[in-house]
Design a binder for this molecule. Sequence first.
Ligand code: FAD
Length: 307
Amino acid sequence: MLGPVLLAAARSEGIRRLVSAAPVTRPVVDRFVAGEHLDDAADAVRKLTGQGLQVTLDHLGEDITDPAEALRNRDAYLALADVLASEGLGMRAEMSVKLSAFGQALPGGHDLALANVAPVVEAAAAAGTAVTLDMEDHTTVDSTLAILSELRERFPQTGAVLQSYLFRTEDDCRALAGEGSRVRLVKGAYKEPATVAFQDKREVDRAYVRCLRILMSGQGYPMVGSHDPRMVAIAQELARQTGRKLDEYEFQMLYGIREAEQKRLVAEGHRMRVYIPYGTDWYGYFMRRLAERPANLAFFLRSLATR
Ligand code: FAD
């Protein structure tokens, strides 16, 4: 019940100011966000890759209102690419971007986002790594997939995210299951209307399995983005059935969530990539994490009560 309320709050400027200013918020945010600065992110990269995990870094920022912010976000990613190049980690550390941070929702946003993200994708390639385009609300999917297709002409290793809660996603999986494609499959984290998305969790889960089957049976590289033990087990079974080797797909989980499970999968020989968000603009990301799991919200409320 609370999920949709929190997802609506994730896009409210008033509630953003209130939550961001509350002194108790910070320690709870720290559980999900690696820190505010590039140095914090670099520390998290060293720690996690030292434990055999792989990572993807997200410089937090979304829904910008001014083209100058898009340039600042681009520059933050270019600085990140420099650090990744100097650490020499190759594909063990990749980058994830939200195109709304590059101007996608502004007038002329499609071209603006493409122009701003292209140098980041190029810098990633020069650093020996790749970029995955996160997926935001359903109104952005066509534009994001069109930008993906343009980027892949020069940088075929560029990845995308597909969300199983959208009715369209099985078709998108079929279109993106070809050789060389890299698709992170997730359930979806935004508040979507019943005209475009399943509302029942069980239906979202069933769609996730159908989509996973398409990706695992295809020629691309599936990235299984879920903390759900059932989805992890089903992915392992589908990989076995389709004859995929351990380096022909990977699991992905978010920073600070199910860390023991992340390590268990690595110990079993799996590729496990942790999505590391960092930066000051953590509000939307944080609220989506509270919305998707009552225990996360309870953790936040307990920290308020124990002040
Ligand atoms: P849920 O359906 O939320 O939970 C199922 C079960 O998983 C739970 O019952 C529990 O057993 C277990 N579980 C879940 N969370 C926890 C926890 N904190 N601790 C212990 N057990 C837990 N969404 C987008 O819309 N766009 C994106 O670009 C995007 N990128 C993502 C990148 C990564 C790497 C990941 C992992 C997720 C991303 N998401 C994205 C979020 C995603 O859409 C889901 O909202 C989120 O992952 C929750 O769904 P779930 O599959 O993990 O499991």
